[in-house]
Design a protein around this ligand. Structure first.
Ligand SMILES: [Zn+2]
Length: 249
């Protein structure tokens, strides 16, 4: 009976399915064509020959994925494009899982290394200059998002003043994981209209709240940026470049 239960459990888990793994690996490679070239012998192969294990074979909850991620965990949670039908439920945080060695190799492993890849772009809504990585064309993509938002009257009031910023080598508040801002791939829009999942020094997750119109979110999503408003631990001013988590479209 125990064997049968184990077999049933294994059958129910997509992690055990080679075809699913291959699909996920191919989605990751397709998202970063400048950097990744193949999935071979369970490894993601980089253009420079570096190999990274894709799947550690462990079955994890969302919280375990956050704390002990591998590359497979990073792409395993699909980010849905479009307006949210309902507030994000428990454990719904697509894109919040990041395998840090991947980002360190991609964008730089230290503040100085990331800085070496930063370029300045003009953010059209305010005319400010923002520092963003040029790796994967992120800077150009963000500039185009700004150009589109500058023409959108519904979106403009949320992306013009009190911008929260782009590059900042730092840990996520209350965690030892590096923030996506560390790699120059993230932007926080107008902080005055922003909502965040917790009060200072509390682990309690507040009820979901959002004041950012979908017109803003849509412009970022079209360019491969995900929105922190689609997480249970919401951060509605936050966007980051994560093309690998867009799936099922
Ligand atoms: Zn942010």
């Amino acid at each position: 009976l125990r064997l049968l239960a184990a077999a049933l459990l294994a059958a129910a888990l997509p992690q055990s399915d080679d075809a699913v793994l291959r699909r996920e690996a191919e989605r990751l490679i397709a998202a970063y064509p400048d950097q990744l070239v193949a999935y071979r012998d369970g490894m993601i192969v980089w253009r420079d020959g570096t190999r990274m294990v894709f799947d550690d074979g462990k079955v994890k909850t969302h919280e375990e994925k956050l704390r002990h991620p591998d590359l497979e965990d990073q792409v395993s949670e699909c980010y849905p494009k479009g307006p949210l039908a309902a507030p994000p439920g428990p454990g719904f945080e697509p894109g919040r899982v990041r395998y840090e060695p991947f980002f360190r190799k991609m964008y730089g492993g230290s503040s100085a290394e990331v800085r070496a890849n930063l370029v300045r772009i003009r953010w059209a809504p305010s005319g400010e200059m923002l520092e963003v990585t040029r790796v994967n064309g992120v800077a150009e993509k963000l500039r185009a998002v700004g150009d589109a938002l500058a023409r959108d009257k519904a979106a403009l009031p949320y992306v013009t003043a009190s911008l929260g910023g782009t590059f900042n080598w730092r840990r996520i508040a209350g965690e030892d994981r590096l923030s996506a801002h560390s790699f120059g791939i993230a932007m926080d829009i107008d902080t005055r209209h922003s909502d965040y999942w917790r009060w200072q020094n509390s682990e309690k997750i507040l009820p979901w709240r959002n004041r950012i119109p979908f017109a803003v979110v849509e412009a970022f999503e079209k360019a491969g940026f995900i929105w922190g408003g689609k997480w249970q631990r919401f951060d509605t001013m936050h966007f980051e470049y994560r093309p690998e988590v867009f799936c099922g479209e």
